[in-house]
Design a protein around this ligand. Structure first.
Ligand SMILES: [Ca+2]
Ligand SMILES: [Ca+2]
Length: 451
């Protein structure tokens, strides 16, 4: 009965489901509590009686709160029940479910998984709740941390075995082995690795660092979103090649990278995309900053955004809008693929960088070149010489100090930046990752009083 209800429930959708709960069937969705050093009866019904480790079988539709502490790596394999998700959420002083047994020190630190998280079944959500993105200097305050030092294990692996899709991951610190992996084939010490056409995958607010191979490795996948990521280091070698993203040994659907910061580039290159097996799909790259910090060596790869050479690879429909490239001493937009079509570059800001040549991005305009060569005959391309455009480059704050030359207004979802500012809201759509919003003219307030 319960299972039958759950299935019906998921088909009815979230709104109906909530009404259903309000009607008194709260048992359908429960909260559970996990705390490594709990000493109660282990039932997981409150913080006193928390489970001391994640269960081997989870309950569909339920939420599991994780206290600070250490956890082993996991294989998430609980069978699907319709589309009911299983949610793991880091407990915090502000959101920890039941009060019984709770003290804020249980949730003011990190839940650390010591080993790979592997997904072999669908509909999971892992939420560290806090940390990452520009508001946390990209690398601070993560609620969940995953550490995997073994060469043959990714930090997160999805659909390598079983049938896994619809996975949502957020607020995660992902730390690899710290040196080049000795595994260079189908698997390695990658950050997030997607296999066998894994569908509907989102990774938000994550810090990918120290991985022994690729921060992102995709053999084949459909509908993938990466946002608010920080890629600060990874490793490659002549024997074990790596890229910020290696995507496309099989069919590739749409992949989006947005609102992210990439400060590392090793081995073969940056965001590498091969959609020869599904040539109508897109790689959408918008609102990102690609920044080579002083003293940090980037290898000369296939470029920051691009693909591989040879006629078994093609790079089609790579749309590069409103990104900022700083100190890039190689091609920001690759010149290497032999097969390519439909690639675009609009509203980008190239600063102190090698001038892009656009030979593989034949549709381009409204780019701004600051110590980065000529306008390449763009009708609305502009050239500048003052690279002092950003609030605090050393502090990884790439907000603009002032408006850029006007960019080309684009449709949603390109009409917001990574700070959620509406592009062009002040009448001028800026170029680069950040939208500069002219301060509104405020009337002086009346009736001021001391509270
Ligand atoms: Ca604590
Ligand atoms: Ca503006």
């Amino acid at each position: 009965m319960k299972q039958g209800l759950r299935r019906a429930f998921s088909k009815m959708g979230l709104v109906c489901g909530l009404l259903f709960l309000d009607a008194g069937n709260a048992a359908l969705a429960a909260d559970h509590y996990i705390k490594p050093d709990a000493t109660g009866n282990g039932s997981g019904t409150d913080w006193v009686n928390a489970m001391t480790a994640p269960p081997s079988t989870w309950i569909r539709g339920d939420v599991y709160y994780l206290a600070d502490g250490n956890y082993p790596g996991q294989v998430f394999s609980t069978a699907a029940s319709g589309s009911l998700p299983i949610t793991l959420r880091k407990a915090t002083p502000f959101d920890h479910g039941i009060e019984t047994g709770w003290v804020d020190t249980l949730g003011d630190g990190q839940a650390v998984f010591n080993g790979m998280l592997e997904f072999t079944s669908p509909y999971w959500s892992i939420d560290g709740v806090t940390g990452g993105g520009v508001a946390h200097q990209w690398h601070q305050n993560f609620g969940i941390r995953i550490v995997e030092k073994r060469d043959a294990y990714a930090l997160i692996r999805i659909n390598y075995r079983g049938d896994s899709h619809d996975i949502r991951l957020s607020h995660l610190d992902l730390e690899g082995k710290g040196s080049v992996s000795d595994q260079g084939g189908y698997y390695s010490n990658d950050g997030i690795a997607l296999y066998n056409n894994a569908e509907n995958i989102t990774l938000s607010y994550a810090w990918l660092h120290e991985t022994g191979r690729c921060p992102v490795f995709i053999t084949s996948a459909q509908n993938v979103l990466f946002e608010h990521l920080y890629v600060s280091s990874f490793y490659g070698s002549p024997a074990v090649h790596s890229e910020v993203m290696s995507a496309g040994q099989g069919p590739l659907g749409d992949i989006t990278w947005r609102y992210s910061l990439i400060t590392a580039l090793k081995s073969t290159g940056g965001l590498m995309f091969n959609n020869i097996a599904q040539p109508t799909s897109h790689l959408y790259v918008y609102g990102n900053v690609f920044y080579q910090p002083p003293g940090v060596i980037w290898d000369m790869g296939n470029g920051v955004i691009g693909g591989w050479t040879s006629t078994s690879n093609a790079m089609n429909n790579v749309w590069v809008y409103n990104n900022t490239f700083i100190n890039v001493a190689q091609q920001s937009l690759t010149v290497l693929p032999l097969l390519y079509s439909g690639n675009r570059a609009y509203n980008n800001l190239f600063v102190n960088s090698q001038s892009p040549d656009f030979s593989r991005f034949t549709e381009h305009d409204y780019n701004q070149f600051v110590n980065a060569g000529s306008t390449h005959a763009e009708l609305h391309g502009t050239v500048g010489s003052n690279p002092d455009l950003f609030i605090d480059v050393n502090g990884l704050n790439f907000r603009l100090k002032a408006a850029t030359d006007p960019g080309k207004p684009l449709e949603a979802p390109y009409n917001r930046d990574g700070w959620a500012t509406v592009r062009g809201g002040d009448g001028l759509w800026d170029r680069g990752a950040h939208e500069w919003d002219a301060p509104a003219v405020l009337e002086p307030p009346g009736n001021l009083r001391v509270m």
